[in-house]
Write a protein that binds this ligand. Structure first.
Ligand code: ACO
Length: 321
């Protein structure tokens, strides 16, 4: 058995900061951000919007889109690095809100690779015959851990959630690859969340995202093509056979560099980074949902979905729509 995506959903906060708004907070400009990243604006959670509320809405929309009832869900996996609380996990709160009483729930923390890792986890559960219907969600409130004094990182991140329902179908598992390198954890880190008073250390940058942008950039443009090539070899196909490379939306220049290394038409690399910025584990499912709802995804199309991020971590899967 293997899993197939039968429904997608997403949620983006109404409020956004465009590059000119960011230029009021740190010394930067619309031109610099567009040229170096491709980002024009990013959505920012406000009011009652949280990682949980966005996850619930994206999940609800995915269920509607896939014509799946909450009571049919066997498992809810939420990928997030910005949960509302340490416990209970976001997935449990999604379960309560959706009334998915039968579902087994847990959260998964692998930053921007998180949605791909959740998809691989779902495939493993389905292939093992344990579950048939799994709701996957990536939801992030990165604005809460952004260092709004660091112009090289705060320009990148946005908030939002994306979801997909995966259902069991007959057939062999498609290939997937993944990896981790804990020795490189320091290049993209966020060491602590707000502490109790008695634990309070001096407030320092480590409370927020701390990133060596150049190191992440180099890692991404090396690792992503490597993973895509490995999947194509396993599928005995070439770049020409792949319809879409749906990659984590971190930086337009990273995606362009990946396309060049694969000698592939950039048109096969859909992007929504201009509108959303980098939403970590939500970026791939938000993009997937946009493509699904706009009719870009057609039955039988061959897709490589790939993510990379903090950890360091990387993962990619082949699928047919
Ligand atoms: N506005 C204006 N100038 C800036 C800004 C800014 N927002 N940020 C940096 N600069 C300056 C720097 O200070 C530097 O100035 P200097 O030459 O006088 O020292 C100059 O611009 C060049 O800085 P670089 O860091 O070399 O700029 P680069 O072209 O590498 O772009 C960026 C920086 C956009 C961060 C890029 O490295 C990048 O996108 N890296 C990948 C980051 C990423 O994808 N992170 C997320 C990973 S996914 C996850 O797990 C969350």
């Amino acid at each position: 058995m293997r899993g197939r995506i039968c429904g997608t959903g997403s949620y983006l906060p109404e409020k956004y900061y465009d590059n000119n708004d960011i230029a009021k907070i740190v010394e930067t400009s619309d031109a610099w951000i567009r040229e170096r990243t491709g980002i024009v604006r990013r959505h920012i959670a406000s009011g009652d919007e949280t990682t949980v509320s966005m996850a619930v809405e994206a999940g609800r929309r995915a269920l509607e889109n896939g014509h799946v009832l909450p009571e049919e869900i066997d498992m809810i996996l939420v990928s997030t690095i910005t949960p509302n609380a340490v416990i209970p996990g976001v997935a449990f709160q999604v379960q309560a809100a959706l009334g998915a009483d039968r579902a087994v729930c847990f959260d998964l923390s692998a930053a921007c690779s998180g949605f791909v890792f959740a998809y691989q986890t779902a495939q493993a559960y389905i292939a093992a015959g344990l579950y048939q219907t799994i709701l996957l969600i990536g939801s992030e409130t990165l604005s809460a851990i952004n260092n709004w004094e660091d112009r090289s990182s705060c320009i990148l991140f946005g908030d939002g959630a994306g979801a997909a329902v995966v259902r069991a179908e007959e057939g062999e598992l498609y290939p997937s690859v993944a990896g981790s390198d804990g020795t490189m954890g320091h290049v993209l880190a966020c060491e602590s969340r707000v502490q109790n008073d008695w634990q309070q250390k001096e407030t320092d940058r480590k409370t927020y995202i701390d990133m060596d942008g150049t190191a992440v950039f180099k890692f991404a443009v090396r690792k992503m093509p490597e993973m895509a090539k490995s999947l194509m070899t396993q599928m005995h196909c070439t770049e020409a056979d792949i319809d879409w490379f749906i990659t984590h939306q971190a930086n337009e220049r990273i995606i362009e560099a990946i396309a060049r290394r694969l000698k592939s038409d950039i048109a096969k690399f859909p992007m929504n980074i201009a509108e959303c910025g980098n939403t970590s584990s939500a970026s791939i499912p938000i993009l997937l949902d946009e493509m699904n709802r706009s009719g870009q995804l057609k039955d039988g199309q061959k897709i490589i979905m790939a993510g990379f991020g903090a950890g360091l971590s990387w993962g990619a899967v082949y699928m047919e729509w």
